[in-house]
Design a protein around this ligand. Structure first.
Ligand code: RFL
Ligand code: PHB
Length: 393
């Protein structure tokens, strides 16, 4: 099997790259270890920055997103039993965010690719990448227990944090930056009308973080801070609702109606960046190259921003023979990546209870920072412009 760009992974990064390459007249093959059904049902991120929406719409992949996505102009920060609205649109020169499930983006991109006659090999696991120093790199993969090889001119590693691509970069040529957090998120999808029109990021003095998001007028997505090693069996539905009630409680008596829980999962929190994001003919994009804790809602947006840059670089390479943009790919992306790393770390540090904060000093700093964000226009603007996504970084 042979193609111009071999893409490993059919998440937002790999699928969007394939879509952009098709539009640029560059051939690609996507290898995905999971089944189509699995990737289309995997519940993850939900917030699209304006720039991500624009990218999908401008490339004719945003038709359903425009119909079904929920446009939000603000978020609520809640602490000490009171909510405070951050008017995102007002503070960011008219920009907004759109709540639209990551799996919906994935479904839309898969449908478009298959309709255009493009190739996605599901249930196909990339096992090794060879010859990235040469002009003929190869991806070895396993499909239906048979070993095969994809010969390409370039390889795009879009296989997420646990994929094979990052390990194919020579250790001596890269540096990794890593931070783990002493907590995780327990996330649920519930059949419940959202209790608020906008997302609520809540910080409870003793219990810590909770987030109320949504997927539709009848489906809510909620998260709460838990221990990183938390077994799900310790979280029966009643306990989850009780814990959420306490963390969202306000002086005015805010209530969650509750409802059947459709999905439950625990997500570890980490910050991670590998530099550079490229070596020889292997280019990493999305979670394969960097991870942020989900508090800033940046992961899917960074994945889309990376492949926008990468697709343009491949377009130039195939149109004119110049590899100028390919050579600056990593540096261009890393500027945005580090801004998002900082913002996500900052939001995470402000909104979670740190188990090692024995004397409560960190907690006092957090409350002070939260008060500052809700009373200072400058501080609120910092949050708003980062949250909706900075245009120039
Ligand atoms: P993905 O989506 O992980 O896709 C990688 C794909 O590669 C496949 N794969 C392989 N295929 C072939 N061979 C191999 N050897 C392979 N190894 C792996 C995998 O099966 C998969 O299909 O990475 P990508 O495309 O870089 O996209 C990144 C995003 O998925 C991720 O950053 C976001 O989900 C993060 N995230 C959020 N991001 C946001 O922008 N906004 C949010 O609100 C947000 N909330 C979240 C999140 C992530 C969460 N979890 C579960 C990690 C909330 C949560 C709970
Ligand atoms: C979500 O809707 O899943 C979501 C929203 C905001 C976040 C993280 C996740 O910061």
């Amino acid at each position: 099997m042979r193609t111009q760009v071999g893409i490993i992974g059919a998440g937002p990064a790999g699928l969007m790259l394939a879509h952009l390459l098709t539009r640029a007249g560059v051939e690609s093959v996507v290898l995905e270890s999971r089944s189509r059904d699995y990737v289309e049902k995997r519940v993850r991120a939900g917030v699209l920055e304006q720039g991500s929406v624009d990218l999908l719409v401008q490339t004719d992949a945003g038709e359903r997103l425009l119909r079904e996505g929920l446009i939000h102009h603000g978020i609520e920060l809640r602490f000490e039993g009171q909510g405070h609205r951050i008017p995102l649109t007002e503070l960011s020169g008219g920009r907004s965010i759109t709540v639209y499930g990551q799996q919906e983006v994935v479904k839309d991109l898969i449908r478009i690719r298959l309709a255009a006659g493009g190739e996605i090999l599901f249930d196909t696991e990339a096992t090794a990448i060879e010859g990235i120093d040469s002009d003929r790199p190869r991806v070895r993969f396993t499909r239906e227990s048979a070993e095969e090889t994809l010969e390409c001119e370039y390889v795009a590693g879009c296989d997420g944090f646990w994929g094979v691509s990052r390990g194919a970069l020579p250790a001596s040529a890269v540096r990794a930056y890593d931070r783990e957090y002493p907590f995780a998120w327990l996330g649920i999808l519930a059949s419940m009308k959202p209790a608020s029109e906008e997302l609520i990021y809540s910080y409870h003095d003793d219990l810590g973080f909770a987030l109320h998001s949504m997927r539709s007028p009848v489906i809510s997505r909620l998260y709460l801070q838990c221990r990183p090693d938390e077994p799900l069996e310790e979280w029966p539905d009643d306990r989850i609702w009780h814990e959420l009630e306490m963390r969202f409680a306000t002086a005015e008596g805010f209530e969650l109606s509750g409802g059947p829980i459709l999905e439950k999962g625990v997500t570890a929190m980490r910050s991670f960046v590998v530099e550079p994001m490229q070596y020889g003919r292997l280019f990493l994009a999305g979670d394969a190259a960097h991870i942020v804790p989900p508090t800033g809602a940046k992961g899917m947006n960074l994945a889309l921003a990376d492949v926008k840059v990468l697709a343009e670089a491949f377009r130039e390479r195939y149109a004119s023979g110049s590899d100028r943009l390919l050579r600056s790919y990593s540096e261009t992306c890393l500027r945005r990546v580090w801004r998002a790393e900082h913002f996500s770390w900052w939001m995470t540090s402000m909104l979670h209870r740190f188990p090692d904060d024995v004397g409560g000093y960190q907690h006092k700093l957090q409350i002070s920072q939260l008060r500052y964000v809700i009373t200072s226009k400058a501080a609120a603007t910092t949050l708003a412009e980062n949250y909706v996504g900075l245009q120039t970084v």
